[in-house]
Design a protein around this ligand. Structure first.
Ligand code: FAD
Length: 322
């Protein structure tokens, strides 16, 4: 009798596996925004997500507020942060310092990104800076290696970006999949997708990625688009062509309440279709607002692991000088 194979033939998730849930937040730009963000955080915390992603401005434009938000999530809430980090225009030494700082704060999940290219092309070519997300993944793994004793040999979970609609700078969707495979080979553990408007784009990406040898989870990122202005702005920011039907429906909405209902319904349909296609989780882009995200979650009725209620982490005791 031959020994059992150690190689898993399929990378699919068992049908009964619980669905991962995560949210994306951006660091607040001022005190009023911070107050509203913290109200949102408390609402989202009650839904027991697996992690909360904290965005990071390309070129480190909001480095301090991003680090502070991840730190506060760890020390003042029961939430686990996934810290985004971008490498464009930043040297390996500068990035290694930020990664070390994140690890020292207790962050154990990093979304490794290149970041959007700066308007000034020279800034992206700063000597010693990293060109691609793949380079950043390798750097994170090197920093992790140096600190393995501090991490009790534990691993940092590294996420990466994936694109159901072609990345705007990429020559083809095939190239996008090659890049995703390269990121997996360099040490990525999972991917979160850019926003998309058609479930078939997500399904196609997963099919093409699996055929090419990508086995990491590919989590669909969905955004409740509850206003015409938001959809249009998103199209400009991401290069993803908005769905004309959604644009039309939002354009004909009588008021904000109807816009919200339309946006939530479209997001629920998209997320359900992705889940039906085998998506292992849902990542909700929140725009730092909880109402629409919670509406979506309510309607999706996700199969979630039952966890004991987690209390807020107590603040670290102060060191008392004898
Ligand atoms: P990469 O994977 O490096 O790809 C960038 C381009 O280079 C692509 O066109 C790719 O095809 C090409 N490429 C990559 N590797 C190679 C290679 N080895 N050889 C040749 N070509 C290659 N931006 C922010 O600034 N802050 C954020 O917090 C942020 N969060 C995001 C979260 C998610 C889930 C997603 C999907 C995107 C996010 N972005 C964020 C946007 C992201 O930074 C941009 O989409 C950026 O243009 C590309 O980032 P990337 O990590 O995919 O880059």
């Amino acid at each position: 009798m031959s020994p059992p194979s150690l190689i898993q033939a399929t990378a699919s998730t068992p049908a009964s596996a619980p669905i991962a849930l995560s949210y994306e937040l951006f660091p607040p730009r001022n005190e009023a925004a911070a107050a509203s963000l913290w109200a949102t955080i408390r609402e989202l915390e009650s839904t027991n997500p697996d992690y909360v992603a904290v965005t990071y401005g390309a070129n480190g434009s909001n480095r301090d507020t991003a680090l502070e938000l991840s730190h506060r999530l760890l020390t003042e809430t029961s939430l686990r942060p996934l810290a985004h980090l971008t490498c464009v225009g930043t040297t390996a030494d500068e990035l290694a310092e930020i990664i070390s700082e994140l690890l020292d704060h207790g962050v154990r999940g990093i979304l490794a990104l290149r970041g959007d290219l700066p308007k000034d092309p020279a800034a992206a070519r700063k000597p010693g800076s990293l060109a691609y997300a793949q380079d950043l993944i390798e750097l994170i793994r090197r920093v992790e290696q140096r600190r393995s004793a501090l991490l009790c040999a534990g691993k940092v979970a590294i996420g990466v970006a994936a694109y159901p609609a072609k990345h705007p700078e990429s020559p083809s969707i095939e190239h996008d999949v090659e890049v995703l495979l390269a990121k997996q080979r360099s040490g990525a553990d999972f991917a979160i997708t850019q926003v998309f408007f058609h479930a078939d784009q997500y399904k196609d990406l997963v099919t093409r990625a699996r055929r090419a040898g990508v086995s990491i989870p590919i989590i669909p990122g969905v955004m409740p688009l509850t206003s015409l202005r938001r959809v249009e702005r998103l199209g400009v920011l991401t290069g993803v062509e908005p769905d004309p039907k959604l644009l039309d429906a939002l354009g004909r909405a009588d008021d904000a309440a109807e816009s919200r209902r339309i946006g939530v319904a479209a997001t629920v349909d998209l997320a359900r279709a992705a889940l039906d296609a085998g998506a292992p989780g849902i990542h909700l882009y929140t725009f730092n607002e909880h109402a629409a995200a919670l509406d979506v979650l309510d309607k999706l009725q996700l199969l979630r692991p039952s966890r004991p209620a987690v209390g807020r982490r107590p603040a670290a005791p102060e060191l008392v000088q004898a």
